[in-house]
Design a protein around this ligand. Sequence first.
Ligand code: OAD
Length: 347
Amino acid sequence: MNTIELENITKAKSFLKSAQRVFVLTGAGVSAESGVPTFRGGGGAPVWRGMPFEQLSSAQMVEKDLPLVWEWFDYRRGLVCKCEPNAAHKTLAKVQQSGWFAEFSLVTQNIDGLHQTAGADDVIELHGSLWQARCLSCKTKQNLRDIPEDERPPVCPECLDSMRPDVILFGEAMPMQAVYQAQEKAENCDVCFVIGTSSLVYPAAGLPLIAKQNGAKIIEINPEETLLSTQADFSLRGKAAEILPLIFAEENPPNLRLPDDKIVKSAANQNRNEKRIEDRENSSTSENPLQNDQQLKSNFMTSETHPLRVSFLKSEEFPVLNKLGLTFAPGKKQRGALSLFIRLLLD
Ligand code: OAD
């Protein structure tokens, strides 16, 4: 570890000394040291039986060939079963349990369940879970550990229709409850860690921007530069499993009480989020296609300059995107146009 990284670790610790609410967003990179492959980087997109990831993990495939979708997710679960939580998962779980901070929120894009295996609670899973099935009709959820492996597709215990993996697939709307919960946590944090994500997929990629707009310090942990890097207060260039234990090593930050005004603000946000969910449920859902990785990549590549430097969506625009059920990773032009369009709508 070089001097800059050591200085940045000291800086991270100093931010944490006065922090009361800490928000952590993780992506595939946090599980890389456990042996779970990331989506981008490391040579080529995942392919199984000659089919690309975005075709297998798509809403169309659920309609066309549900047993194949189950086979694919059972295969992925089989791989994850062999993986153990690494030092990054364990450190985050330890800090959460320690009560060092008034609030320590853990939001993940991962579906592998390794944060929970490491002992973390109340993990907000933005993209669902490999360990859960959901009924196609009545949406009842069931833990896959309670369903025999040869029952595929599993039968819903409530309405007897087929169940599907409870994960977000390409071409589907986001789970709004999880998104709003995560936004509320991001709005109210003092320090936001962004760990092991390429920051390409929205709405997850927008959460640190919401935190920043509300005054939080942003610390990125990633061996590579990402779209977020220029927005972060600083980036720690290295592996999460090596860096996190150093940040949260010895002298534990004190468990500070929240000032009353923050508690009031948080309660107001909670009410607002409940209202948003209610509105969303009452409105007709239009499902917009989730962009596939190829599009994400080309949007990224074709941006002439860094999209985040030019214009990024404002936090009040995210609910509008969410209402449209939109998960996306826009390039500079789309981002600017969308932002303008939504601002006009909001005005
Ligand atoms: P990506 O695969 O896009 O990015 C992984 C990031 O982790 C990269 O920026 C790597 O540089 C970084 N990384 C690799 N090893 C690391 C390590 N040891 N420590 C820290 N960082 C490391 O994964 P996500 O950003 O999570 O969505 O991808 C977001 C979403 O795209 C996924 O949840 C998935 C995919 O489409 C769905 O399936 C809906």
